[in-house]
Design a protein around this ligand. Structure first.
Ligand SMILES: C[S@@+](CC[C@H](N)C(=O)[O-])C[C@H]1O[C@@H](n2cnc3c(N)ncnc32)[C@H](O)[C@@H]1O
Length: 517
């Protein structure tokens, strides 16, 4: 099967890594967003925007068609991915279309109210990608766009940030709407009994220069030649199938990382030169730049430095706690907001008595250790994490923060789904009526198996911290459904966003649940 045919098939079936049955996949969420748009604007059916196969085929590869520019396109809505959505009468570019045919276009870097000129790109079953060519001046009154706020020269092409053209207040509103949307799609019952200040988003103290980790990358051609060097190094282009955007500084990364980036790009291209000259040394297309603190043990002063080797040991400090991990391991990337997150959790669980903190999906122990001061003297922390390296560092971090292993803390490598049945868990003595459970899974969220065992465990409170409000809402809906068949009941005491990643579409969502029966 040719590449063209494979790509065409995949666009038709919209298969994702996790399969089409995953209702929280990006494709399925976009489909719902398009559905919302149709209902709100035109009362159109999906049929009127279904894209005929000849157009999908035509727009598969740029070389197959002439650049079609369409002007006067009004952006009507915005997806949680930060792409504006508009509806174009299809007759404007397809002579086979009837007046009842429309195309929904997704246009990165646009916001509702913008009137734009776009260039059409790949077509999918129910929408087409479009590139922003120009924002017309006329739109500025209706739209929240303010291009003077854009500080990064790569913003129009780089896929790293989506929201630089919005004021910070508007960015927080965008993120609030994302959380609301996630719950409307996957846990609508929450709206019957909303916690106070539902989905309000805590601002980040730093809105630029906050990132402590950057992973720029390059596309290394199979038949690399010296004429290709230096290769562009940076981040994906918002337009599909374009080379990476060559970036020499990033507005959201820390100054130390930006100082190190140009040198690292030179080093990377020299390694590639070596590859062409016959060196056997493997060259990784992605490299890591990681902020770390260096402590002067004589004076107690510390400074930020940028580490560039994957195995370098990074030191992070949050409140009075110190954390160490290898440079390519996970740690929350915006230091400035982490003390606020910890304070927020402490404040919300202070009325609850617990002797155990159970930290599921614990990484290198940030949350459990960061909250360990809330444990009584006889209290204990239990953490579980699937990545061996991270869990080793979690145990190390417990020790360097004065938590004796195993009397004060236990960290176990394993799948959180198995945690409640583990002998290490039983041996640590944690019982639900004395426990606070923290859960912080990756974007794909938790599992029905974990949520079921969590309910049976009956902890006094649960703090669910998520970088994907859609999977969080799905998991909490599962949890709610389980409670309907049980005598155990929780109430959602608070659900708040945290802006871990200003200028981007991302939002962290923190749910606090309290046992009531
Ligand atoms: C978002 S990170 C959170 C890490 C940590 N809580 C922190 O704040 O640094 C999610 C972590 O869950 C781990 N993980 C993913 N699936 C897991 C599973 N089934 N069981 C245990 N840990 C898992 C990942 O390796 C990753 O370290």
């Amino acid at each position: 099967m040719s590449i063209r045919h494979k790509l065409y098939k995949s666009i038709l079936s919209r298969k994702t890594k996790r399969g089409t049955t995953d209702k929280t996949s990006r494709d399925n969420i976009r489909q719902r967003e398009i559905h919302d748009l149709l209902k709100s604007q035109h009362d159109m059916s999906l049929d009127s925007i279904k894209i005929p196969e000849h157009l999908i085929h035509k727009y598969l590869f740029m070389k197959n068609y002439e650049d079609v520019h369409i002007d006067g396109v009004k952006v009507l809505d915005v997806t949680n991915e930060g792409e504006g959505l508009a509806i174009i009468p299809r007759q404007r570019y397809d002579s086979d279309a009837s007046e009842n045919d429309f195309t929904v276009v997704a246009i990165p870097k646009t916001v509702p109210g913008d009137i734009v000129t776009v260039s059409l790109r790949r077509h999918h079953m129910f929408f087409a990608e479009a590139e922003l060519i120009l924002v017309s001046r006329k739109s500025r009154k209706q739209s929240r766009r303010n291009d003077r706020l854009v500080v990064c020269k790569h913003f129009s092409k780089c896929s790293g940030c989506q929201l630089q053209m919005l004021s910070y207040e508007d960015q927080l509103q965008f993120k609030k709407r994302t959380i609301e949307k996630a719950y409307r799609y996957f846990f609508p019952q929450i709206f019957d009994n909303l916690p106070p200040n539902f989905a309000e988003v805590m601002p980040s103290p730093m809105q630029f220069a906050y990132r402590t980790k950057l992973t720029p990358h390059a596309q290394i051609p199979k038949d690399l030649k010296s004429e290709d060097l230096p290769l562009p190094v940076g981040f994906l282009d918002v337009r599909a199938m374009q080379p990476v955007v060559d970036v020499d500084s990033c507005a959201v990364a820390s100054p130390e990382i930006n100082m190190a980036l140009p040198k690292e790009k030179v080093r990377f291209n020299q390694d590639l030169e070596g590859l062409i000259d016959g060196s056997k040394k493997k060259v990784d297309p992605t490299f890591v730049l990681r902020l770390s603190i260096r402590i002067d043990h004589n004076t107690g002063e510390f400074e930020d430095v940028c580490l560039t080797k994957r195995k370098n040991v990074v030191t992070e400090k949050v409140d009075e706690y110190v954390f160490q991990l290898e440079a390519n391991e996970f740690f929350q990337n915006n230091r400035s907001i982490l003390p606020i997150l910890l304070d927020y959790i402490k404040c919300n669980v202070k009325s609850i008595d617990y002797n155990y903190i159970v930290d599921a999906y614990c990484g290198c122990g940030f949350l459990g250790i960061g909250l360990s001061s809330t444990l009584p003297d006889e209290g204990k922390l239990f953490g579980i994490e699937i990545a061996l390296k991270a869990i080793k560092y979690a145990a190390h971090n417990a020790k360097i923060n004065g938590l004796h292993i195993p009397t004060k803390a236990v960290f176990v490598e394993g799948n959180s789904d198995e945690m409640f049945k583990m002998k290490e868990f039983a041996e640590c003595g944690a019982v639900g009526e004395e426990a606070l459970v923290l859960m912080n899974p990756s974007r794909k969220g938790s599992t029905p198996a974990f949520m079921k065992q969590l309910l049976e465990f009956r902890p006094k409170a649960i703090v669910y911290i998520s970088c994907n409000p859609f999977t969080q809402a799905r998991d909490l809906a599962d949890f709610e459904a389980l409670q309907r068949r049980s005598t155990t009941k929780y109430r959602i005491k608070a659900l708040t966003g945290f802006d871990f990643y200003p200028q981007t579409k991302h939002v962290e969502s923190v749910a606090i649940l309290e046992l009531i029966e």
